[in-house]
Write a protein that binds this ligand. Sequence first.
Ligand SMILES: Cc1cc2nc3c(=O)[nH]c(=O)nc-3n(C[C@H](O)[C@H](O)[C@H](O)COP(=O)(O)OP(=O)(O)OC[C@H]3O[C@@H](n4cnc5c(N)ncnc54)[C@H](O)[C@@H]3O)c2cc1C
Ligand code: FES
Length: 233
Amino acid sequence: MANIISNVALVPGIYVMKIEGKFKGEMGQFYMLRSGTGYPLLPRPISIYDIGEESISFLYRVVGEGTKLFSQLQPGQEIQLDGPFGNGFPQVEGSLALIGGGMGTAPLLLAAKYYPQAHVYLGFAQHAFGVEAFEAAAASVQVKVGGSIVEEVDPALYANMFSCGPTPMLEALALKTAGTSSRLYISTERHMACGIGACLGCTMRTRGGNRRVCKEGPVFPVEEVEFDDLHGV
Ligand SMILES: Cc1cc2nc3c(=O)[nH]c(=O)nc-3n(C[C@H](O)[C@H](O)[C@H](O)COP(=O)(O)OP(=O)(O)OC[C@H]3O[C@@H](n4cnc5c(N)ncnc54)[C@H](O)[C@@H]3O)c2cc1C
Ligand code: FES
């Protein structure tokens, strides 16, 4: 169990929780979080948003019971967390774009800190959130509220792209990238139970065969992704 330093709403339904302690983790990895109440039984996977010498932070949206309980936790209360899990984004050379949609912006902040020269594209349906953190980290940040952020990205300009967001956004970016030499890596999502590769509950069909999103993912090169298997998750 770890002590909660702060847990604040950025906009309605979207919170940043900062937790005290020394934690490990790389860009694109995640932790399994569980409130101390014993319910729900299973922890929830949440990407590392930010990490410091004495703390770790998570950006999360309230969608169901688990995340609602997270949002009710107060500074000074405790939370259970295990990790880091997953492969995370790869280390790359050459120009890089980071393209996030909504909650998919969460795993990209650490990448922006690691690659401050990266061009950052952030898309939101209604309310932008967390933009200041990207502006503090990266040289170039473009924000779009409403419409598709993919329209603003020219994949031919970038040797590499990291992306996370709703499946239609990822699929549109993949289509736009096809035929260019840009290497696109996307972070995928699945319901998870164990988070450590044991239960097979997060198995996803890829062009290379079945993969566990918690273990071989959540980040995959776009060539491996079967978008049919991402829709509806
Ligand atoms: C690797 C990974 C990293 C993630 N990082 C973040 C993050 O940084 N911030 C964040 O807010 N969320 C993140 N998520 C999603 C988050 O885990 C779910 O929103 C959370 O588990 C929902 O729990 P709940 O109990 O509140 O909702 P539930 O009651 O479990 O579900 C509520 C609704 O959300 C849907 N849902 C639940 N889990 C997922 C999922 N994994 N993918 C798609 N839909 C889901 C359910 O189908 C249902 O409609 C991540 C998921 C994965 C797999
Ligand atoms: S969540 Fe159990 S194998 Fe991935």
